[in-house]
Design a protein around this ligand. Structure first.
Ligand code: NAP
Ligand code: MG
Length: 523
């Protein structure tokens, strides 16, 4: 066991304090000088490998700006990464759990020192405002600290209790799976990216990480930290590339032992299907861990503190422009308080300022052209499916900057079966649904195929208890916003089409990346 303090999540920075804003702005200037314009190559077997083609990362809030580039892996690079990772596995799997955990703790220490730089880089690369970037880097540190501690309980026979049996020694060992692929999204490109790599790695696996195209620089920054922390060559293979090309190749590959994926439902289901097919020479059933989308609802009933509900709705809907799997995209209000809640919500949202991440705007640009076009398509549907109460336009500019800007949009009286009420939009667009009463509200909440996050604002004990049992989501929140799960505090992951409920930041998450071996010795 390493001597460490009990796990405690990082605290968040208070940007109401002038000195913290100033420090952030200094970090932005430093990042502009030192990181913007950088090129990150592939890292295979500890060596930098460059490619003929590159991927370009753009500032979504000012699309004229190129933030930097990464290499663009070829199929041959993917093959080399996989073969190299299996070689590295031969020694990495024999490392002591404590020794592996130390690398995560060291990486956490480095990231704590470079916290503001990581934040500033995300403000520029994906348009996070200060608070959104700050909570994400805090989460990345938490993942490293939490998984390091979790690993220690799996040392030797330490993982699970078995029953004593006369004349024998029996024990249950947790051993790593082998080499896997980690495919991550752009919306939490620091925290989810590193969490999905660090967990399998500390458990003794080697991992090929394929970051999202829109956020290759922050991924490269995090990989540098893992290397600086002393991760041996080949344990983490950095493979920026195109999902449909190298991602697909690795998912198919006979030598891929597991796939951990966070992203959209469409891509996730496709990966699940491809991974299920046994390839020539494959000697295992690939393990697939999936965290997918959501259509997350917040219910407000007539007993609720309505001001608190309006705050919860505004924070949950528009934090990072609704680009969170946990974002509140459905507000479900009981008829008798509908007008009061919806008017309050619209008023609150009207005050949100649009602009760049660097200016610390409340609502910034969405991530890329594809996302902008997709959201625009839903905005066109909106007048036919409900009443547009706020916004409704994809402006493509804010404060004179051209970017993927979409107005915060609230659509009232949306039909519960409409596309706006059922499909994940992944932008600052909220469908408000009118429920007859509490039971109708709960039925509406459960009427999608997803089941990621959800919430209830109510002061009725019976209703909260009913929701506790019947609201079909992986993360349920009462009388607060439905986003912002904290590592170790609110283990995160969804039901139904939202994923395999693997609970990132939870006590058993590492078990996803291990297999158990029962060993019996007759004395
Ligand atoms: P996405 O389009 O599904 O992409 C996710 C990753 O998959 C990217 O790295 C992408 O690479 C890669 N990919 C695409 N096609 C692939 C293929 N055929 N084979 C292998 N990999 C492939 O999702 P996104 O737009 O980045 O992220 C937003 C989605 O993630 C939303 O649906 C959101 O709800 C979900 N999400 C869920 C959670 C959760 O915990 N449940 C957390 C965050 C986000 P490219 O970038 O090269 O296309
Ligand atoms: Mg970008």
């Amino acid at each position: 066991m390493i001597k460490v303090q009990e796990y405690r999540p990082q605290s968040f920075t208070d940007f109401a304090k002038e000195e913290n804003v100033k420090a952030y702005q200094e970090a932005l200037a430093k990042v502009r000088k030192e990181l913007v314009g950088r090129h990150y190559p592939l890292i295979i077997d500890g060596k930098e490998v460059d490619t003929a083609e590159k991927l370009t990362s753009i500032n979504p809030c000012d699309t004229a700006e190129v933030v930097g580039t990464t290499a663009k892996a070829t199929i041959q690079d993917a093959e080399n990464a996989l073969q190299g990772a299996w070689k590295a596995f031969e020694s990495w799997k024999k490392w002591d759990m404590d020794a592996r955990a130390r690398i995560l703790l060291k990486a956490a220490a480095i990231l704590k020192r470079r916290r503001l730089e990581a934040c500033a880089l995300m403000s520029i690369e994906v348009g996070k405002n200060y608070a959104e970037a700050d909570v994400e880097v805090a989460e990345a540190i938490d993942f490293l600290e939490y998984y390091a501690r979790s690993a220690m309980k799996y040392s030797g026979f330490g993982s699970s209790e078995t029953t004593w049996f006369e004349g024998e020694e029996n024990g249950l060992m947790s051993i790593p799976l082998g080499v896997g692929v980690s495919i991550s999204p752009w919306n939490f490109p620091c925290a989810i990216f590193i969490g999905m790599a660090a967990a399998p790695i500390v458990a003794g696996n080697c991992v090929i990480v394929k970051p999202a195209e829109d956020a290759g620089l922050i991924a490269g920054f995090m990989v540098d930290i893992m290397r600086e922390a002393g991760l041996p060559a080949g344990v983490l293979q950095f493979l920026p590339g195109v999902g449909k090309e190298v991602g697909e190749y690795l998912v198919n590959h006979a030598k891929t032992r597991f796939i951990t994926f966070t992203g959209s439902r469409a891509v996730g289901l496709h990966i699940n299907e491809v991974a299920a097919k046994v390839q020539p020479g494959q000697k295992w059933i690939k393990r697939v861990i999936m965290e997918l989308g959501g259509k997350d609802g917040l219910i407000v009933d007539e007993t609720a503190d309505l001001e608190n509900a309006i705050t919860a709705a505004t924070q949950g809907a528009f934090g990072f422009n609704g680009q969170k799997c946990s974002a509140m995209s459905r507000l479900i209000v009981v008829d008798s308080v509908y007008d009061e809640v919806v008017n309050g919500f619209v008023e609150r949202a009207k005050a949100l300022k649009m602009g760049t991440g660097e200016e610390n705007a409340n609502v910034t640009a969405v991530v890329n052209q594809m996302s902008f076009d997709k959201i625009k398509g839903y905005l066109e549907l909106a007048p036919g499916e409900g009443k547009v109460l706020l916004g409704g336009e994809a402006t493509g500019e804010a404060n004179g900057k051209q970017g993927y800007y979409v107005q915060p949009t609230i659509v009232g009286d949306v039909d519960r079966n409409s596309r706006l009420a059922q499909e994940e939009i992944f932008g600052p667009v909220v469908a408000v649904l009118r429920a007859k009463d509490w039971q109708d509200a709960l039925d509406i909440a459960n009427s999608t195929e997803y089941g990621l996050t959800g919430g209830v604002c109510s002061n009725s004990r019976e209703r909260l208890e009913q929701a506790r049992a019947e609201f079909e989501v992986g993360n349920l929140y009462f009388n607060r916003k439905i986003t912002g799960a904290i590592v170790g505090v609110q283990p995160f992951g969804g039901y139904n089409m939202s994923g395999t409920d693997s609970k990132a930041g939870g006590p058993d998450y590492l078990a996803n990346f291990m297999q158990l071996k029962t060993v019996t010795e007759r004395w």
